[in-house]
Write a protein that binds this ligand. Structure first.
Ligand code: UN1
Length: 498
């Protein structure tokens, strides 16, 4: 069994209380690791290490800060397989997907490293002579990065890398379900030569460590990805404290399938987006909005394929669908299935906690498909975060887009059509932050902005450096007057020469 400690001021240290907590394998119920069960004192130490180091890290030239990230990328490449296996054990996603999660961290490292030589600002002409002006990005200070368990590598890198590149220092608090992968990421930063105190790491519960961390007076920025409920708590708890907050919350993502679509292609995208990662992506497809003319053949094809999906341990190469993260989450998914049935939706397949070979020790849920779902049903409006897809029937593109847009969330959408006019109409009218044409709702690449509208977030975007930097930097506008006289903006008339 693995043991991990906190990482503060460049040292691996136990929680000051000496407490530990365990993370478990959702496929087997076995313990994967023990980590520090931190408390307030540990958070205080981590924040003060970050605060102290900020004084010097902000002055390190950005290209030099970026060079550390190149080394992080190289080390992640070297350790990809090892970390991916650990991720499958701790989080449950199948190995190929765990490799993809680490790959996303590698992509972030190399992309963000290069940003060290850009971090573009702005120059613009002055309205007065002999005056120069520009806007530059300044780091902000100490960033609290609070991350979820579903992408234990990729999502932390979306936050840590741009924050550090921009000259901030960080206290990183990972989800309690996946602390080992997070600790391995921290180890990579340390081995890459990141100076002590730039990245500090504390593990522990959200209510004890997370709440105290985000409210800490020395924390300037909070970057949070997780549930809508916790996101609301981040905002209400810190109200009036003027912290800069970036939230990445839920989704209720849909795939629209028009009557002209290539149905076999759509089936692949639906299975991958709805049941990949066992439906536990913020971007997972949980609604299928289908034209009435193709509803019957599409659902038939889907059911045929769902029947063949193999549940199991993600380390087994035959497994299509791994476990869900824990039994609490499994029970919450099952509750939604019951709600769907009470609301009058038709359970087409799944809807149960499977008991087959080797599944009873883990937290598995059968891939589920509901038919006859109305847009106002709870299963069509609320995020379930599990392998459950609801089929909604529409009569045309306009209705499809209206249904697609009408949820409290706005993360990812997809449309299958072979008609270029319809594709462009969707590009114009869909109101989510991400849209796929002829592909499912998942598979975002790190160099485009990641995030959503409405209840999905608070207007920020992650991943792509130039948008992530908006979270981790402040603009500073600088006016340089080299005229040697008082020049008054908005007051003095410009004198045109002869
Ligand atoms: C998430 O949906 O929780 O776009 C993150 C994707 C991945 C990241 C997903 N690159 O599917």
């Amino acid at each position: 069994m693995r043991e991990y400690a906190n990482f503060i001021q460049g040292e691996w240290v136990s929680a000051s209380s000496g407490r530990t907590i365990e993370s478990t394998n959702p496929a087997t119920g076995e313990t994967v690791a023990t980590v520090a069960g931190s408390g307030r004192e540990d958070v205080d130490r981590a924040v003060s290490a970050a605060r102290e180091r900020f004084k010097t890290w902000r002055k390190v030239p950005a290209p030099k800060r970026g060079e550390v990230l190149y080394r992080v990328g190289q080390l992640l490449m070297d350790r990809k397989e090892e970390i991916a296996r650990l991720m499958t054990q701790e989080m449950g996603k199948v190995l190929a997907e765990a490799r993809g999660d680490v790959q996303e961290g590698i992509d972030m490292a190399f992309y963000t490293a290069g940003e060290g030589r850009r971090m573009f600002g702005v120059t613009t002409p002055s309205e007065m002579p002999e005056k120069f002006q520009m806007a530059v990005r300044d780091p902000i200070g100490v960033v609290a990065a609070v991350t979820p368990w579903n992408f234990p590598m990729a999502i932390p890198t979306w936050k840590l890398m741009p924050a550090i590149l921009a000259g901030n220092t960080v206290v990183f608090k990972p989800a309690s379900d996946t602390p080992s992968v997070a600790a391995e990421l921290v180890r990579v930063f340390a081995d890459a030569g990141l100076p002590p105190g730039v990245l500090n790491f504390v593990t522990g519960s959200g209510t004890e460590v997370g709440d105290y961390l985000i409210n800490h007076p020395e924390v300037d920025v909070i970057s949070f990805t997780g549930s809508t409920e916790t996101g609301a708590r981040v905002v209400s708890q810190t109200a009036g404290k003027n912290k800069k907050i970036s939230l990445e919350l839920g989704g209720k993502n849909a795939i629209m399938v028009m009557e002209d679509a290539d149905l076999d292609l759509a089936v692949e995208g639906i299975l991958w987006s709805g049941y990949g990662t066992t439906g536990q992506r913020c971007t997972a497809c949980s609604r299928l909005i289908v034209h009435e003319q193709v509803r019957e053949p599409l659902t038939r094809k889907l059911i045929e394929r769902i029947e063949k999906l193999k549940l199991g341990n993600g380390l087994d190469p035959d497994t299509d669908v791994g476990p869900v993260i824990n039994t609490r989450q499994r029970d919450s998914i099952h509750k939604y299935v019951q709600i769907g049935q009470e609301e009058g939706a038709e359970l087409l397949i799944g809807g149960e906690i499977p008991q087959g070979d080797g599944l009873s020790k883990g937290s598995f849920y059968a891939p589920t498909l509901f038919g006859n779902v109305r847009p106002d049903m709870r299963i069509a409006q609320e995020e379930i975060f599990g392998p459950v897809i609801s089929v909604l029937t529409v009569r045309g593109l306009e209705e499809a887009i209206a249904v697609n847009n009408a949820t409290p969330f706005g993360l990812s959408s997809s449309i299958y059509t072979q008609n270029v006019h319809r594709a462009f109409e969707a590009m114009r009218d869909v109101t989510t932050g991400i849209l796929y044409i002829n592909a499912g709702t998942i598979g975002a690449e790190v160099h485009l902005p990641f995030g959503g509208t409405r209840g999905t977030g608070n207007g920020h975007r992650e991943g792509a450096a130039w948008t992530a930097l908006d979270v981790f930097t402040e603009w500073k506008s600088i006016y340089v007057d080299y005229s040697g006289r008082l020049q008054r903006a908005q007051i003095d008339e410009f004198q045109h020469g002869a």
